[in-house]
Structures are given as C-alpha cells and as structure tokens.
Design a protein around this ligand. Structure first.
Ligand SMILES: Cc1cc2nc3c(=O)[nH]c(=O)nc-3n(C[C@H](O)[C@H](O)[C@H](O)COP(=O)(O)OP(=O)(O)OC[C@H]3O[C@@H](n4cnc5c(N)ncnc54)[C@H](O)[C@@H]3O)c2cc1C
Length: 342
C-alpha cells in the first residue's frame, strides 16, 4: 500500500504557504483518495504551526520543521528539513512543488533516502499503479511514467493543479526535530527586480503577448516604439499580467532595430520559447503563426488584437479576435483601467 507525503514551504512573506505548495496538497489529496492511501503533509517554515491553518483539517497527518533557520531558502537547511520529514513519515511517494526552493534540493533528498525522482510532472493518474505524466521535446511528446522503485519523488510543475481551498485549520501538527549540518551559507537578504521591472510573472492570471507589429511602421508611415513601450508597460502595471513576446519582436534587438527595452528572449513564447500556464491570454500586434501559437497550449481563454483579418488567430487559434489597431485599443483600455482604479 502506498503512503504519500506532500512537502510544502512558506512563501516569501513567511506568513502563508506558497501557491505551488497548495497545488501539491490538492495533488496529494486526489492521489490519496484514489489509492486509498495514507497522506501526510510536511511544512518547512519559520513558524510552521501558523501555516498549518492553511492545510486540510482532516484526512492528512500534518508534520512540520520549524525555526528561524528555515525562514530563508538555503540548500543545507531545506535539504535537511525535507530529509527529516521523509524519515519521519517513511513515505513511498513524495510530492513536492517545483518551486525554486524545492527544485534545488529535491533530487538530493531523494538520493539521501535511496529513492528516485522525476521532475516537471504535469499530472498523476492511475488507480492500481501510479502513473505520472510529463512533457518532452517542447510539449510535443507526453510521457506517462511509472516506477516500481520507492520512495518515488515527483516534482510537480506549477499551475497543473488547483490550489487547495477546502476546510482548514483544526488538525494538530507534529514537530519533527532536525539535526542541522554546519551552515556555511548566510542569507543576507533578497535582491529582486521591482514589480515594474519584472515582466515575467508565472502566477499572473493573464498573459499579454507583444508581437513585432508594435515596432513596425504604422498607417502614418512612422514607427512608434516609444509609445508602444509606454502602452505595454502601462497595461502590465494596471493588470499585473505577465509579458510574453513573439520571436520576431525579441529577435529585432539583435538585428539593431527599434525594440522594446524591457523584452528579452526569456519573454519569447512558442516552439523555441516557453509554454506558460495562464487562465487568459491577450495577443497584440502578433500574427499568430503556428510556431508562436504552440506556446499557447496551456492558455485557457485566448484573445488577439490584430490589424490583419486573415492572421493566424482568426483561423481558429483564438476565441475572440479584435480586428483593430492595438495602439488605439490598449490606450483606451489603459485609460479605462486608470479611471476604474481612481
Ligand atoms: C523553427 C522556427 C521556430 C520558431 N519559433 C518561434 C517561437 O518560439 N515563437 C515565436 O513567436 N515565433 C517563432 N517562430 C517565428 C514565427 O514563425 C513567426 O515568424 C513569428 O511568430 C512572427 O512574429 P509576429 O507575429 O510578432 O510578427 P509579424 O509576422 O511581423 O506580424 C506582426 C503582426 O502585427 C500586426 N500589426 C501591425 N501593427 C498593428 C497594430 N497597430 N495593431 C494591431 N496589429 C498590428 C500585423 O498585421 C501583423 O499581423 C519560429 C519560426 C521557425 C521557422
């Protein structure tokens, strides 16, 4: 019989569990109920008892590793905490979110436990035999993996399960002691881009894609790259959307053409770019060619603004296409958003 442990950790504020951890909890609850297996949830945080209030009040044993040493992400302390939780539960299957914190330590913890690990898991199925799926070759090939070896660690990609939102709050938490190794790394703080500078936001509800049209000659025969940049940044600031781009637009920087300064190849969506997961997507000034649109595989509601009524989006690749000038539409939308905020 399988026994499942879900590993979770605090978010950057320390006062809540991070979203990807809550998604792993949903995966754990679903799997435990399907297999009729025992479920435990382990928390790594400075004050794990407070965070247990976000976890199921029944159906799972709650364990925690608490203390100031676990307030910050650090390889030595996170690996020791996860190892201690695993040794306390002796699970056959360990589910962990693919957060930067756990991605860094999960393989090492699996090794310490004599187990195996698979990463980038997008779903877990099976009733008699656990079967995990993941994508290969830029989301063209989906593999279903099963293993006899235990313990089996599965690192879950963010956005593949809904965050746990059931009844919470009353379960007792068992504190698990951890013997820490000598710590050579001191975490002195975070240095992160400000919200305005950070344009890739995996947790955002919406993806906003900028295509090459933003920096092309417009009907007046002129390029309006500065205005384009201001409109896009204004939209991102007002909505909190994540910024994606077409390949043509990010390539322009290398070709010495006008380019939006906040875009890099990391923003590129598509066959040779990324395949993000957002509930909604809005494409602007982009033609919607297949190598770009394959990156929209996991975007739910798709909309596009294009001047071209025969662009790829109108050929079944978007739910709604506005055949319109994106400069005008986004300026109007930004004004409405500004007025709504005021
Ligand atoms: C092997 C390979 C891999 C590739 N991988 C990728 C990839 O990963 N990602 C990717 O994006 N592409 C990729 N491409 C390139 C892809 O085929 C397209 O060339 C690219 O997506 C086109 O970008 P675009 O639509 O922004 O630009 P364009 O094709 O230049 O289209 C610009 C669009 O903007 C519209 N427009 C202009 N002004 C306005 C305005 N004011 N309002 C509204 N609309 C306006 C125009 O009508 C036009 O439709 C790949 C190609 C190959 C061969």
């Amino acid at each position: 019989m399988e026994s499942i442990l879900v590993l979770t950790h605090a978010d950057e504020t320390g006062s809540a569990l991070n979203n990807a951890s809550l998604e792993a909890v949903t995966a754990g609850l679903e799997l435990a109920s399907r297999l009729n297996a025992q479920l435990a949830i382990g928390i790594v945080a400075a004050d794990a008892t407070a965070l247990s209030k976000c976890l199921p009040s029944e159906g799972a044993r709650l364990l925690a590793v608490s203390g100031e040493a676990f307030a910050q992400a650090r390889y030595a302390t996170d690996a020791a905490a996860c190892e201690a939780l695993c040794r306390a539960v002796q699970p056959t299957i360990v589910l962990a979110p693919a957060s930067s914190r756990f991605t860094r330590v999960a393989a090492s913890v699996a090794h310490r436990l004599g187990g195996f690990i698979d990463t980038h898991i997008s779903s877990i199925g099976g009733t008699d035999r656990v079967e995990a799926t993941r994508w290969f070759y830029r989301q063209r090939v989906e593999a279903a993996i099963s293993r006899d070896a235990r313990p089996w660690f599965l690192l879950l990609d963010a956005g593949t399960y809904a965050a746990f939102a059931g009844a919470t709050g009353t379960a007792q938490v068992e504190q698990v002691p951890v013997e820490l190794p000598a710590l050579r790394t001191m975490v002195s703080g975070f240095r992160a881009p400000t919200q305005g500078a950070q344009t890739i936001r995996p947790d955002a509800k919406m993806l906003f894609v900028a295509g090459a049209g933003w920096t092309k000659k417009q009907p007046d025969g002129q390029v309006h790259a500065t205005e384009a940049g201001e409109l896009i940044v204004g939209f991102l600031a007002a909505t909190g959307a994540s910024l994606g781009s077409s390949k043509s637009l990010v390539d322009q920087g290398g070709e010495g053409n006008s380019v939006l300064p906040f875009l890099t190849h990391l923003n590129q969506i598509g066959q040779t770019g990324s395949t993000p997961r957002h509930a909604k997507g809005l494409s602007t000034c982009c033609h919607g060619e297949e190598p770009h649109v394959v990156g929209w595989r996991f975007i739910g509601d798709r909309r596009a603004i294009s001047l071209d009524p025969n662009c790829g989006w109108t050929r079944g690749k978007a739910d709604v296409v506005y055949v319109a000038d994106a400069f005008e539409v986004i300026a109007k939308v930004n004004a409405l958003l500004g007025a709504a905020k005021a």
